[in-house]
Design a protein around this ligand. Structure first.
Ligand code: COA
Length: 162
């Protein structure tokens, strides 16, 4: 894998078809929405959604979408503003090659630049759960659930002062 060619790109008219063609394995389809649904949500929630293609060279290998600064549970605690990973789909043909890790780390970098000190994610428990993937990347359980999904968080170390 040529890491120098690995990057996140905005979803545009040029890569739209390739991004929509990203498919997880059939046995993983209960774990994440199809990319086209996420893009529709990004359109509707334009202020808080940050959708990106995961591209290696000329190939779209996945899709990731961050959420930025949303009130987690406004009725319980309006000051609990969170950012994190909303969706992550690595194409079945390209899994287990480090692309998922790259996408999470690239989103983490973006959220850190925007001032976040923590990166949240929710995942489906049960068969095929991506929990071991997120645990490998350093996420810990918050003890919360959201819509039946497990909530995880990655605490970011403070940026070194220059
Ligand atoms: C979960 C998913 C994003 C992982 O992407 P990936 O590109 O295959 O993962 P990577 O190759 O980057 O793996 C990174 C690390 O996590 C580990 N890992 C990945 N999936 C794992 C699993 N199911 N169980 C245990 N470890 C796992 C890898 O071994 C690797 O560890 P290493 O760096 O120490 O070798 C991908 O399998 C996927 O799209 N799944 C279906 C959709 C989904 O569940 N999305 C998440 C929604 S919240």
């Amino acid at each position: 894998m040529s890491t120098s060619a690995l990057r996140l790109e905005p979803v545009t008219a040029d890569n739209f078809d390739a991004v929509c063609a990203v498919r997880v394995r059939p046995d993983q389809e209960h774990l994440v929405s199809p990319v086209v649904k996420s893009l529709a949500e990004a359109y509707v929630h334009g202020q808080v959604a940050w959708p990106r293609a995961v591209v290696d060279g000329d190939t779209v290998v996945g899709f990731v979408m961050a959420f930025v600064d949303i009130a987690w549970d406004p009725e319980r605690d309006p000051s609990d503003i969170r950012s994190g990973i909303w969706r992550l789909n690595v194409d079945a043909a390209h899994q287990a090659k480090g692309y998922g890790r790259f996408a999470v780390e690239a989103v983490t970098d973006e959220l850190r630049r925007r001032g976040a000190s923590r990166v949240f994610v929710t995942w489906e428990p049960g068969p095929g759960t991506p929990e071991p993937f997120y645990r490998t990347l350093g996420f810990r359980l918050t003890g919360e659930t959201s819509g039946g999904q497990t909530v995880g968080v990655l605490d970011l170390p403070p940026a070194p002062s220059s």
